[in-house]
Design a protein around this ligand. Structure first.
Ligand SMILES: *Cc1c(COP(=O)(O)O)cnc(C)c1O
Length: 370
């Protein structure tokens, strides 16, 4: 049997990509806001319907840059969740801020808005929630809390590209939203990322920050790093964007096949479907309850691994229990996130995953129960 990995990066037809980049051999303009970069940025702004998109070499540096651009005093507190990829928490810490961890909802794994206000102190400057697995946070409640307390809202929307909530693209919410275009995400530019925002004042600042803080030929305004997206990645984005809707509709069909096998089984919990959301079908997370299912997440993970199938313990461990944060944070303060991190497994999912493979994966899951 062939191995099945947890995901398979989307790629355009080879000739389509070669055609897209061929002009670069005429211009020799490979990076620093060339024509591909400009075109890709404009296409994203119009697709998302947001005034500004800043492109990055990856999502993580996009997140660090937007936090930096907001000029919070060092040591300020940012309320976030630990049930996420390393990047979210690291971006806060590396920017000199202090993450304050809020617990998550047990059904969709996004921030539990009822627990935000008790975490606000006079040092709190922002909320940084995650649209985890593409599930949309309770943006209305978050906006209300942020307004009442004068906080900024930055969304980690790394998982949520192309998701819509009540007809509006997810990139339009909060003061800013970050997307990741990493190879493993629903939409990729090989490596890449973006920040979406409305504030006109941030346009030049983000452009400067991602290019060493260089503002003009003889003026360096910020202590910036290097986080620009190059032309080859932008060209990949232009090509992949043409096929994105098609990819997502194929992912939907795969997801429905999974649901048909796994829905309604005692001890197995799937994500709740939000009727206000148009999904991108980025991930297929499943929770296993040993009491009811008979086997726990690790049993299922091992059974799949023994059969050449790569599921992923995503997210385990949670970020507030990382070794690098030992003695700083306490994972027991977010008990729901901690418990779910021990039960969750994301199953393989990509556009051309065959029904036969989905069926085989589900049979193995069912048979770990025998
Ligand atoms: C992938 C990811 C990031 C980081 O994006 P990169 O493009 O890999 O730097 C940040 N947050 C979450 C939740 C992610 O999954």
């Amino acid at each position: 049997m062939d191995k099945i990995l947890v995901t398979k990066s989307s790629m355009p037809n080879k000739d389509e990509y070669l055609d897209e980049i061929s002009d670069l051999w005429n211009t020799h303009w490979l990076t620093n806001m060339g024509t591909k970069h400009k075109q890709f940025q404009t296409e994203l702004e119009s697709r998302i319907g947001v005034p500004h998109v800043a492109l990055y070499c990856n999502g993580h540096l996009a997140l660090e840059n937007i936090i930096e651009a907001m000029d919070f005093p060092k040591g300020s507190e940012i309320i976030t969740t630990p049930f996420t990829f390393a990047s979210t928490t690291h971006a806060i810490v590396r920017s000199g801020m202090v993450p304050v961890f809020c617990d998550i909802n047990p059904d969709d794994y996004t921030i539990d808005v009822s627990k935000i206000e008790s975490l606000i102190t006079d040092k709190t400057v922002a909320i940084l929630p995650v649209h985890v697995y593409g599930n949309i946070c309770d943006i209305e409640a978050i906006e209300t809390i942020a307004k009442q307390h004068g906080l900024r809202v930055i969304y980690d929307a790394a998982h949520a590209f192309a998701v819509k909530y009540k007809g509006v693209d997810v990139g339009c919410f909060g003061d800013a939203s970050m997307f990741s275009f990493h190879a493993t995400k629903v939409f990729n530019t090989i490596e890449g990322g973006a920040v979406c925002f409305r504030d006109d004042n941030l346009v030049q600042k983000l452009n400067d920050l991602k290019n060493f803080g260089i503002h003009g030929p003889e003026s360096v305004e910020y202590v910036g790093g290097n986080a620009k997206m190059n032309e080859f990645c932008a060209a990949m984005g232009i090509c992949n964007l043409r096929h994105l809707d098609d990819e997502i509709s194929k992912r939907k069909i795969v997801t429905e096949r999974y649901r048909s096998h796994l829905e309604g089984i005692s001890g197995i919990k799937l994500c709740v479907v939000n009727p206000d959301t148009v999904s991108n079908y980025a991930y297929f997370p499943v929770q296993f309850d040993k009491e009811e299912f008979g086997y726990d997440r690790d049993d299922v993970f091992n059974k799949l691994a023994d059969n050449g199938i790569g599921a992923r313990k995503y997210f385990y461990p949670i970020t507030n229990s990382y070794d690098c944060y030992k003695d700083k944070f306490d994972a027991t303060e977010t008990p729901i996130a901690l418990e779910i991190s021990r039960r969750i497994l994301t199953l393989p999912l990509y556009a051309d995953l065959s029904f036969d493979d989905v069926d085989r994966i589900c049979e193995l899951i069912h048979s770990s129960n025998k």
